[in-house]
Design a protein around this ligand. Structure first.
Ligand SMILES: Cc1cc2nc3c(=O)[nH]c(=O)nc-3n(C[C@H](O)[C@H](O)[C@H](O)COP(=O)(O)OP(=O)(O)OC[C@H]3O[C@@H](n4cnc5c(N)ncnc54)[C@H](O)[C@@H]3O)c2cc1C
Length: 398
């Protein structure tokens, strides 16, 4: 029905049925507002389900001030919304949907089911029970001259208020591809966050070790050290350890070219003890044997060699093992990142997340210009801004 105008089916049109959009639907429907959620995909919450494959780290149990500090330069901006829908509120909400949670050893909070599907199922059933309508395979393309929402199907929609919750641009096959950047004013360029980096491995190293994890490392950059593991890939490195430093690394590379990551292969052993161990096993042995006896595996020895000349003398060798330089050339492309930095700037929004240039249109979730490390901070901010945008809509409609 090309060109059909669907007169207000609902008070509120929400475009994007991920965690942020669905949370907005939750608040609005609970307040008695009629809501229609539009999504371009054949089913909702695909990235949320993908997050569930890693156990679904919903949020984090650390002290709220420390939690809010994880949003870096956006901490102050996000604070009121995260205080209004806090990690505890999120846990209570998940448990209200029958998903008991637990705190893992690192302080991260997960549902006991360690996946997203039961939560999403219960959530969608509750929303449907409250009358929320879902319009799938509806790709939003902008506004027409009358200010109605337009969809690729030809439909146009006039709603009293709109919430855009279109996500970032990582993993585009899950639905969010960042195409909306062309449709909105004042968007900070999208960039990969929690991403891997490209490294010019030698052919030999790549062929032998791509796909090998390196565990229990300490990674250092820019005066910060994080514990974690990395995965060696054919084109570089990925994994939790490097994600934690990825925002600083990305910015350093953008400012001044390749950045040097320092990898401590034995963070729990002091340089002195390592030196003694190397010296003790050194007599008459090949260097590979010395390194093996010191507990290094083949990939770690390979990494040492990739970093250039491997010193023979135990003191220098110990120092090198505790600080292997790896030259990172560029972030991996955005479509392979866990999340997206950049997005709709807060300057273009009012305190209720409404676009100043388009009264009645609110924005929530990962498409906003913030970033955070993994650890539950991503979902928490998506949920909290979904709540905030919905409250903004309620205020406006009343
Ligand atoms: C592999 C992976 C693991 C992750 N694990 C975690 C984790 O454990 N903890 C955590 O906190 N975070 C995790 N995240 C991040 C988290 O999933 C996202 O931050 C979150 O899903 C973003 O929510 P959102 O609602 O803003 O956007 P999305 O979930 O991306 O949803 C946006 C929706 O908008 C729809 N859409 C986009 N454009 C259009 C359009 N033009 N028309 C109509 N619909 C459109 C999309 O189809 C999609 O359904 C992970 C991400 C990935 C990729």
């Amino acid at each position: 029905m090309v060109g059909d105008l669907c007169e207000p089916m609902s008070d509120v049109a929400i475009v994007g049925g991920g965690p942020a959009g669905l949370m907005a639907a939750e608040v609005l429907s609970a307040a008695g507002r009629s809501v229609t959620v539009y999504d371009r995909m054949p089913s909702l919450g695909r990235k949320f389900l993908m997050a569930g494959r890693g156990g679904l780290n919903l949020t984090h149990s650390e002290d709220l001030d420390a939690f809010i500090g994880r949003y870096g330069s956006r901490s102050e901006t996000l604070a009121p919304w995260i205080e209004a829908f806090s990690p505890i509120d999120l846990i209570v909400w998940a448990e209200g949907l029958g998903q008991e949670t637990f705190i893992g050893s690192s302080g991260r909070v997960f549902p006991k089911a360690l996946k997203a599907s039961p939560l999403l199922r219960a959530w969608l059933a509750r929303l449907a029970g409250r009358g929320v309508e879902f319009r799938l395979r509806q790709e939003w393309t902008g506004w027409n001259v009358d200010g109605d929402l337009t969809f690729k199907s030809g439909e146009t929609v006039r709603a009293k208020a709109t919430i855009l919750a279109l996500g970032g641009a990582s993993w585009p096959k899950l639905g969010s591809d960042g195409a909306w950047t062309a449709l909105l004013p004042q968007v900070a360029p999208l960039a990969p966050a929690n991403c891997g980096f490209q490294v010019a491995w030698s052919e030999v190293f790549r062929d032998r070790f791509a796909g090998t994890p390196l565990k229990a490392l300490a990674l250092g950059f820019g005066g910060r050290t994080v514990r974690g593991e990395i995965m060696l890939t054919a084109s570089g490195i990925e994994g939790g350890g490097v994600y934690a430093l990825s925002s600083a690394l990305r910015e350093a590379i953008a400012a001044s070219g390749p950045a040097k990551l320092e990898i401590d292969l034995r963070p729990d052993v002091s340089t002195g003890r390592l030196q003694a161990k190397l010296a003790a096993s050194g007599l008459g042995q090949s260097q590979a044997n010395v390194l093996r006896k010191a507990g290094l595996n083949a990939a770690e020895i390979g990494l040492l060699r990739e970093a250039g000349h491997v010193p023979k003398e135990p003191a220098s060798l110990a120092r090198r093992i505790k600080s292997v330089p790896v030259q990172l050339i560029a972030p991996q492309p955005l479509d392979r990142a866990i999340s997206t930095a950049g997005g709709v700037t807060f300057a273009s929004l009012d305190a209720d997340l409404m676009l100043r240039e388009r009264p009645g249109v609110f924005v929530a979730g990962e498409m906003l210009d913030w970033e955070a490390p993994t650890g539950g901070y991503l979902l928490q901010a998506c949920f909290a801004t979904g709540v905030a945008a919905a409250k903004g809509v309620l205020k406006r409609l009343s």
